[in-house]
Design a binder for this molecule. Structure first.
Ligand code: PAF
Length: 326
């Protein structure tokens, strides 16, 4: 997927630039993600491509492959590992299957708010976890953002855990989330995101959980009547690159990729902020019933055993450190 176009050679062959044109190689990068072309990930992908182009003086160009064109998030992570994809913006949902330490970030009711999550990811802990990612045939360029996840469904307003009882709820392919939802009373059904809209439409599942960013970008109001602001999990996103791509770059070029990823994360977080402000009104305008006054404590209490998916293997240290970050 990395297309090397020898601009100089083409210019000579077509006679545009004439003899003496510099044989500057131009590399085109594809940035894959699962969401629509107007989503917070799409904004992040555009910012990545623009920054890379600017820093490299146009020697790197790029396109995004949105809407799961390159597969679901698990497929795309595998694509990076084998070098068939370049750069991917993904939630951490399926990443714990590849880098188990990352499960710590997906624990329910762990992060207090956006400030807490962003401080953790931008600090020492975020750096350590990017290094763990790097040890697994992936390159972690930067932490980006998906947002706090909320439950939507087609059956009834969810106010208490009892309302989740027996609800067939699509989760990500993430053992922490599946355990949490089964303990909270739902029937979790893991599924790749590109299959979800149809599954909701056909009633294969009753509900799903995602941040306001995703509910709006995916127009879930067309297939879901109720949304409850449970905020049960903070969902980080991460910008990943293929080691085969990064290994072929000079040190300076690698630096451009890291800077482009930082610009992408900033643009995505700004869009998350905007939708956290405007999103609820947008959901209501589109006909959803929004339950805002959810008492989170009983959900958190029931979901607590899900912590052992992480702590049984890695101990409680990282969880305690995350909780202690102010
Ligand atoms: O629900 C998911 O799978 C993820 O939140 C999504 C929508 C693919 C964004 O990363």
């Amino acid at each position: 997927s990395t297309v090397i176009a020898l601009a100089g050679a083409i210019a000579l062959a077509t006679g545009i630039a004439g003899a003496g044109a510099s044989a500057q190689a131009q590399t085109s990068i594809v940035v894959g993600h699962t969401l629509s072309p107007d989503s917070h990930y799409a904004i992040g992908a555009e910012a990545f491509i623009a920054k890379l182009g600017e820093l490299s003086d146009g020697s790197f160009t790029g396109n995004q492959a949105p809407a799961g064109q390159l597969g679901g998030e698990r497929d795309m992570i595998e694509g990076l590992q084998i070098g068939s994809l370049d750069v991917v913006i993904t939630s951490t949902g399926p990443l714990g299957n590849f880098v188990p330490e990352v499960y710590a970030l997906d624990l329910p009711f762990l992060f207090r708010d956006y400030d807490h999550a962003r401080t953790v990811l931008d600090g020492e802990i975020g750096k350590e976890l990017l290094e763990k990612i790097n040890g697994n045939q992936l390159v972690g360029l930067a932490w980006s953002e998906n947002g706090f996840r909320h439950v939507t469904n087609s059956q009834r307003p969810v106010r208490t855990p009892a309302d989740l009882d027996g609800l067939k709820l699509r989760t990500m392919e993430n053992r922490v989330h599946m355990e949490a939802f089964s303990k909270m009373g739902a029937a979790p059904t893991p599924m790749a995101f590109p299959e979800l809209f149809t599954a909701l439409q056909q009633g294969v599942v009753d509900g799903q959980e995602n941040p306001v960013t995703v509910i709006t970008a995916s127009k879930f109001w067309e297939v879901q009547d109720h949304v409850s602001l449970t905020g049960h999990v903070y969902s980080p996103a991460v910008i990943l690159a293929a080691p085969s791509l990064m290994d072929g770059l000079t040190e300076e070029q690698r630096g451009w990729f890291y800077e482009a990823a930082a610009a992408s994360a900033a643009a995505t977080r700004a869009e998350v902020n905007r939708l956290e402000e405007a999103g609820v009104a947008l959901l209501r305008e589109n006909g959803m019933e929004v339950i805002t006054d959810v008492d989170k404590a009983p959900f958190a209490k029931l979901a607590e055993p899900a912590y052992s998916v992480y702590t049984d293997r890695h101990g409680p240290d990282l969880v305690t450190r995350i909780q202690a970050v102010k």
